[in-house]
Design a protein around this ligand. Structure first.
Ligand code: PGA
Length: 256
């Protein structure tokens, strides 16, 4: 079965509740009849916007899903400032980003943390969107595939094929995030193919063929078509271009 493409908007630390409701409503207003069958659309707002965004989408009866940008792996307890999987579940989050390079770089998140988060999510039925990607130094050293595939192995350590099935991997070269400098379709495809081969080693080729591998890093309406045309790129995890309904909708439609 062909993989269903996915377009996921990572809003990062943007949009107050009022702004999030407006943006969600604008995207929802453009929800077309043919989308649900052909592409999974996900918006990943900040924690405080999750419930308001979900309420708008539920009211409009769209199949646009809501995802969080982070989570903590313990279900409850003395972890000031953290948010747990059951909390996300109650809101109705279907996805949660883990291991974004900004969390790894700015907040010290390790491969082990990413693994704990991914395991806690799949145990409770939320699909992780596992982010991996190399710095410019790693790319220049010529070790991108080894580096990224090691991140994939670490993120999925201790999981079996049943756990991994619904999970999504997002390949996001750090040098392309928010810089306007996109990986070429060939560069992105080469790494996404290596990621899928690694998923095949871990979970068997049948499962790896079903798992979505997204590209992220300055994806925009001008470059999306070439990227999603690649055989191992199943859509995008998009920052900047997901903050305006107009551009996000163009990205969704490029997946049809
Ligand atoms: P960008 O961000 O599209 O703004 O480069 C992508 C991401 O960090 O997920």
């Amino acid at each position: 079965m062909a993989r269903k493409p996915m377009m996921a908007g990572n809003w990062k630390m943007n949009n107050t509740i009022a702004e999030a409701v407006v943006l969600t409503q604008e995207i929802s207003n453009r929800y077309e009849k043919e989308w649900p069958e052909h592409v999974d659309v996900v918006v990943c707002p900040p924690y405080v916007d999750l419930k308001p965004a979900k309420t708008v989408l539920d009211f409009d009866r769209t199949k646009i899903a809501v995802g969080a940008q982070n989570v903590y792996w313990e279900p409850s307890g003395a972890f000031t400032g953290e948010i747990s999987v059951p909390m996300l579940k109650e809101i109705g989050c279907a996805y949660c980003i883990v291991g974004h390079s900004e969390r790894r770089e700015l907040f010290g998140e390790t491969n082990e943390d990413v693994n704990r988060k991914a395991k806690a999510l799949v145990a409770d039925g939320i699909a992780p969107i596992v982010c991996v990607g190399e710095s410019l130094a790693v790319r220049d050293a010529g070790t991108t595939d080894e580096y990224v595939c090691a991140q994939v192995r670490a993120a999925f350590a201790g999981m079996d094929a049943a756990d991994a099935e619904g999970a999504v991997v997002a390949y996001e070269p750090i040098w392309a995030i928010g810089t306007g400098r996109t990986a070429t379709p060939e560069q992105a495809e080469a790494v996404c193919a290596a990621i899928r081969a690694t998923l095949g080693d871990l979970f068997g080729s049948a499962v790896a063929e079903e798992m979505r591998v997204l590209y992220g890093g300055s994806m925009n309406p001008g470059n999306v078509a070439m990227l999603v045309a690649q055989p191992n790129i199943d859509g995008g995890l998009v920052g900047g271009a997901s903050l305006k309904a107009e551009s996000f909708v163009q990205l969704i439609e490029a997946c049809l």
